[in-house]
Design a protein around this ligand. Structure first.
Ligand code: NAP
Length: 284
């Protein structure tokens, strides 16, 4: 019998999370199995509850949740972390005896990757967060907590950016951070850090904002990774910015989830290096 975890979503076949968690388990000497759980679009709850009952393979102790179920996942839980409640979305669930607990580790993963991985301190910076979906919701609170001077949330549907900003008014005041919503063509001046949290790279479409948003030497980070992130990284480079993909964030958010489940914090740099080699087609 082995403790069971999965990444639940639609689709999940290309998820790198099983590789990452297998590496974390090996590194920390934890005995667990981490797989993929493909959930029908209208059958997330039923499929997840079935998994949570456990099987002859072992007890189910938790899961990661990915697109498009992060909002629904929070509502299936009886308790949550403050950051998941603020985001209104969960990417990590722990199945406790007393009920399901929701957390959102996306923002912590992003901040760790920007500040430690890319070496860019966010305090006092001008940040443009592009997108207002599940990923943007998860990272906005932690971005505000890192105390930038200005944070603009720009989205194709302005109303969604405005709603996200309104929900985070209190967190912005605590900074204090100047926080506002904008349309994609109305972001304002140049920014030091741009985070593309839209699905444009996934769709193979162009960067969703004008290059004028990039201050010279800005960090332009796309949450996508692998070959699909390449056009955005080239766009950043061609306009004098430093491009970064979402692979570091992926590994860091996974490490925070692993810590929540197992009480052990794995080392991430070697796992990220292995993952980069694996995605480049080399040996892991
Ligand atoms: P989502 O909830 O479906 O949100 C999609 C967002 O993209 C919305 O803001 C949407 O705008 C925008 N969008 C979609 N098509 C667009 C287009 N053609 N032009 C401009 N904007 C467009 O998805 P999500 O869960 O937030 O995920 C977003 C991306 O982040 C995905 O590629 C996902 O794989 C990635 N991600 C990576 C990590 C990581 O660890 N690296 C973690 C989480 C997510 P509207 O609101 O106007 O529709």
């Amino acid at each position: 019998m082995t403790d069971q975890y999965v990444v639940a979503g639609h689709p999940v076949e290309h998820s790198q999370s099983p590789f990452i968690h297998a590496e974390f388990a090996r590194q920390t000497g934890q005995s667990l199995h981490y797989g993929r759980l493909l959930c029908p679009i209208d059958g997330f709850e039923t499929t997840l509850r079935e998994f949570a009952r456990g099987s002859s393979a072992g007890p189910a102790l938790g899961c990661n949740v990915t697109t498009p179920f992060k909002f629904e996942a929070l509502h299936l839980c009886s308790s949550s972390s403050a950051r998941a409640a603020l985001a209104g979305a969960a990417n990590t669930l722990r199945f406790d005896a007393s009920g399901w607990y929701a957390d959102n580790t996306d923002g912590a993963g992003l901040i760790c990757d920007i500040e430690k991985g890319a070496g860019v301190a966010l305090a006092g910076r001008r940040i443009l967060l592009v997108g207002a979906g599940g990923a943007a919701a998860g990272v906005l609170g932690p971005l505000l907590a890192s105390r930038p001077a200005l944070l603009v949330v720009a989205n194709r549907s302005l109303a969604k950016a405005q709603a996200l900003v309104e929900r985070h008014r209190g967190a912005a005041k605590a900074g204090p951070v100047l926080l506002r919503a904008a349309g994609l063509g109305d972001c304002g001046g140049a920014f030091d850090v741009i985070v593309n949290a839209t699905a444009t790279s996934l769709q193979g479409t162009a960067a969703p904002v004008d290059p004028a948003v990039l201050a010279p030497g800005a960090l332009a980070l796309d949450l996508m990774y692998g070959p699909l992130a390449a056009p955005f990284l080239a766009w950043a480079r061609d306009h004098g910015a430093v491009g970064r993909d979402g692979l570091g964030m992926l590994v860091e958010q996974a490490a925070a989830a692993f810590h929540l489940w197992r009480g052990v914090r794995p080392e991430t740099a070697s796992v990220l290096a292995k993952l980069r080699r694996r995605l480049a087609g080399g040996a892991a």
